[in-house]
Ligand binder design. Structure first.
Ligand SMILES: [Zn+2]
Ligand SMILES: [Zn+2]
Length: 107
């Protein structure tokens, strides 16, 4: 059994954990050990997908947020922090009102 390893991201210099299951997955796929943290990997992936993002302002906290869809202006938008409780509830099967927090913004 492998153990979790702590690696340093070469992009942001932060330490991140390369977990044992990840190590096994990488070994199985014959991938080299990651040199970026998951955040920097996600950014790289997003860039490589060249997904169009729209800049907007969170209706709840007022922070700027990037959306994967064009905000229509007639419904609130949430940043990731404010949106999280909604989708957490959604995926845990709780039935709460999710006002304005649709998956893709296409009504
Ligand atoms: Zn990083
Ligand atoms: Zn917010």
């Amino acid at each position: 059994m492998s153990e979790d390893k702590t690696l340093t991201c070469k992009i942001c210099d932060l330490e991140f954990v390369f977990t044992a299951p990840e190590q096994e997955f990488f070994a199985k796929k014959e991938f080299v050990q990651p040199n970026r943290c998951s955040e920097c990997r996600a950014i790289k992936k997003a860039r490589s997908q060249q997904r169009e993002m729209f800049l907007s302002t969170c209706s709840k906290c007022g922070n700027p947020t990037a959306l994967p869809f064009q905000p229509t202006g007639d419904r609130p938008v949430f940043c990731r922090n404010c949106f999280r409780p909604y989708w957490m509830a959604k995926f845990s099967g709780l039935n709460i009102a999710v006002q304005g927090a649709t998956d893709n913004g296409n009504a």
